[in-house]
Design a protein. Structure first.
Length: 115
């Protein structure tokens, strides 16, 4: 199983980024997909999740109304659209795939929000 994130980078406050996570080696439509982030000195936290069928999403309170998670089953890709970025969004963002006891992580992509 591989989860490969991309799309991170340096952006000014108020800007936008779209993260992508391409999954391989698993039955994508069976997995709950999610994005997590970890800032220096902090614990990893859930940012957003989408159900296996795509019909249900949930978000951390700190990103509600600014971030949107979506998935494209045919491309086995999950996205995180991030708008109105703030300096406190700076972190390494990780993609996760969960199905029962099967739990996989990507290598992470750095997002830095700074002027």
């Amino acid at each position: 199983v591989q989860l490969v994130e991309s799309g991170g980078g340096l952006v000014q406050p108020g800007g936008s980024l779209r993260l992508s996570c391409v999954a391989s080696g698993l039955t994508f439509t069976s997995y709950r997909m999610s994005w997590h982030r970890q800032a220096p000195g902090e614990e990893r936290e859930l940012v957003a999740a989408i159900s296996s069928g795509g019909g249900f999403t949930n978000y951390a309170e700190t990103v509600k109304g600014r971030f949107t998670i979506s998935k494209h089953n045919a491309m086995q890709t999950v996205y995180l659209q991030m708008n109105s970025l703030k300096p406190e969004d700076t972190a390494v963002y990780y993609c996760n795939a969960l199905y029962g006891t099967l739990n996989f992580w990507g290598q992470g992509t750095q997002v830095t929000v700074s002027s």
